[in-house]
Write a new protein. Sequence first.
Length: 326
Amino acid sequence: MGRFRSAGGAGQISYQTNRCGRERAPATILPARRRARPKGMSLVADTFHVGDEAAARGDPDEQTAVRVIRRFVRLSSPIVREVVMRRILYLIVAATWVACAVAPRTSLAAEAPDPNPNPALFAQDAHPYGTSMATWGERASQWIYGEPYYRSPLFDQTGANCGVDQQGPVWYIARIAGPLVFSGTRHCTIPHQKALFLYIGAVVDDYPCPDPNFQPAPGQSLYDFLSADAKAIMDTVNELDVSLDGQPLNDVFSYRYHSDDLFSITGDLSLRLVMDSCITGQPQPAIVDGFFMMFKPLDRGEHVVRVHGTATGGDDKTFTYFLTIT
């Protein structure tokens, strides 16, 4: 809002353009060291003069206010009129200032677009708890690879293993392993105040592998080689839908992340035959490329997350997670 400036003598009201969009706000009434009022001139007379100016400008609000004041003037004694008139004009100044100060801010706040298309999620470019989403994807992959088959959260069909080795502020929700065409459900009880990392689907490309042809081209870095291999697989995904408590989430494809560099992963040997033939049981360089979402901590109670995805290779999978937040 523009700064009001006084522009006249005692009882004089100055007008200027402000953020309300027109010249209508009385700037101030100067109570001291003013231009001497002509003898016989009173604040009441000043007000009638202001009314004439308002009429000339065609300002309906000011004209209405002055009509009320004039009516009061006719019914009151000179001293009472002088005191009351001064108070009324001060109230007009205060009310106009508040209207100008509050209304534009409310309007601007209402017009500001929300940069996050899914308020229940951390934004795509967020760094939840100081860590990028790609790094969270790597950590979730290390968690999945590090658990032996008998307690694997990936191969868990019921949710019995959903709490295995869950630590820190983020709770991982692994996808449900199954055939190309598959629908699976899982029940999981989660402590309150945990962010939920939804592992929708990803390719973890580790190295080396038994296939002797799985090698970088001459001059190609291992990172570029593994990234290109994973990208070719993830690019076949052609449909993804995710909902929370029946409400679809927007722009799911924008939640795709890939490693910025090689990271180290150690897979349990019991997963070698059922998940990744490249697992050696020792630390290996790897990258991850996948779709991940991180939900902000949910309210206590029952929640349902559903994921549906298809790929050009014939994949058609639906995962339903029944979550109880305690």
